[in-house]
Design a protein around this ligand. Structure first.
Ligand SMILES: [Zn+2]
Ligand SMILES: [Zn+2]
Length: 412
């Protein structure tokens, strides 16, 4: 998230916040709006916050979620993988199938918030806010479980494991086949420095970026600094590669299409009169579409192979593909926007900028159209910071938007 843009929006919107806060309930024309389990949302969030678990190890968290879902009634609970849960709520009449996703995993970060309900586990904490995602989707499930008669179709409450660790939990759940009938996926992420309880609809098309990269070792041949003809200088080879890589974005990518190639590491040598054996480079690469992503990778591989070959050097390349970009479906975006406004009022919903973080929610697009949103949780440090915290007042707005989006998608 670009900090200056985020701050500007925050400043603009926070002036309206107090006034709008009181208007939220004016838009609540449905009786379910009065059943938001506000105290439980906080209780669930704090329990999960205090007992965080790392990716692929969400055993207690998933049990906690499963037990609560069962206690609500009308929800069938399945486990597509060891630590993920899907709660399935069938409405009174058949219809479409929609999934709302919350991720449940924590990060290998030592919490420094000083909260009374801080993590009990050393070097593990909910610094990305997935505790809030889980609590909100539980709240949504609780409300909808009492509305079976008013639902046409089926809701999947998708509690996903392992968002934070590639290859990610989303792929595993997809591969289990449990989501093959889903016709639309929605998801929401808490983001600081947006006003509390405001819903941001991310752009149509690419709603986040990929986060790929590479680690490269160039193997040259060491020599005396005064006898370069007897060696192969990996610094010169590396420098040529760095220069050539500058043409990937500037000469190969369609103007207007977004791509970034950054060499963040170039290490080689220790002394002025020694040509070293090798050089090590590392890069971070951002793109927003599959064709551009492939083109960037192909050009980078070709440059590295051919420049090293021209100099008689060899190389080892580890090219890392992280999550693809989330693709927000224009129709789902429009529906989510309408529903969020219906639930929260026009002034609590805004058009958000593309997220610069990557998310494995993007994989659900393999199955069906997707829509990802953000929820403002007030002023604070970025997600993943040891001091990350959120304003719990945002949670009930998140639930209202989730319930309304699900109801409108199925019933309209
Ligand atoms: Zn995260
Ligand atoms: Zn996250």
């Amino acid at each position: 998230m670009k900090k200056t843009a985020a701050l500007l929006i925050f400043l603009l919107m926070s002036t309206m916040l107090v006034a709008q806060d009181k208007q939220v309930n004016k838009h609540s024309n449905s009786s379910w709006m009065n059943t938001i389990p506000e105290n439980e949302l906080i209780e669930w969030r704090r329990h999960i916050h205090e007992n965080p678990e790392l990716s692929f190890k969400e055993f207690n968290t998933s049990n906690y979620v499963a037990d609560l879902l069962k206690s609500f009634g009308n929800i069938e609970v399945i486990r597509p993988t060891k630590t993920s849960i899907i709660g399935i709520l069938k409405g009174a009449t058949p219809g479409k199938i929609v999934a709302f996703r919350a991720d449940m995993d924590a990060l290998p970060v030592q919490e420094e918030t000083g909260l009374s309900f801080s993590s009990k586990n050393d070097n593990v904490s909910h610094a990305c806010g997935h505790d809030a995602h889980t609590a909100m989707l539980l709240g949504t499930a609780k409300i909808l479980s009492k509305m079976k008669d008013q639902i046409k179709g089926t809701v999947y409450f998708l509690f996903q494991h392992a968002e934070e660790q590639a290859p990610g939990g989303a792929l595993e759940i997809i591969e289990s086949g449990a989501l093959k009938d889903v016709q639309a996926f929605f998801g929401m992420h808490v983001i600081p420095n947006y006003p509390v309880g405001y819903i941001g609809i991310l752009p149509n098309g690419a709603a986040s970026t990929t986060s790929d990269g590479f680690f490269l070792t160039i193997n040259g041949k060491g020599s005396h600094g005064s006898m370069p003809q007897l060696g192969i200088d990996p610094i010169v080879v590396g420098a040529e590669i760095v220069n050539a890589l500058q043409t990937v974005v500037s000469r190969s990518i369609t103007p207007g299409e977004m791509a970034v190639v950054t060499i963040g590491k170039f290490q080689s040598g220790d002394a002025p009169n020694v040509i070293p054996d090798k050089a090590e480079l590392a890069a971070s690469i951002r793109t927003i579409s599959d064709p551009t992503r492939q083109l960037v990778e192909d050009r980078i591989r070709a440059i590295i192979e051919n420049v090293t070959k021209a100099h008689g050097a060899t190389y080892e390349l580890e090219y890392i593909r992280s999550y693809p970009a989330i693709q927000n479906d224009a129709k789902l975006n429009a529906k989510a926007n309408t529903s969020a406004i219906k639930a929260l009022g026009k002034d609590n919903v805004f058009d958000a900028l593309r997220m610069t973080a990557s998310e494995d929610f993007s994989y659900y697009n393999k199955e069906a159209p997707t829509c990802f949103m953000i929820l403002g949780v007030g002023e604070g440090v970025a997600n993943h910071n040891p001091k990350f915290n959120l304003d719990e007042k945002a949670l009930s707005n998140g639930v209202k938007a989730e319930v309304q989006i699900i109801l409108d998608y199925l019933n309209n």
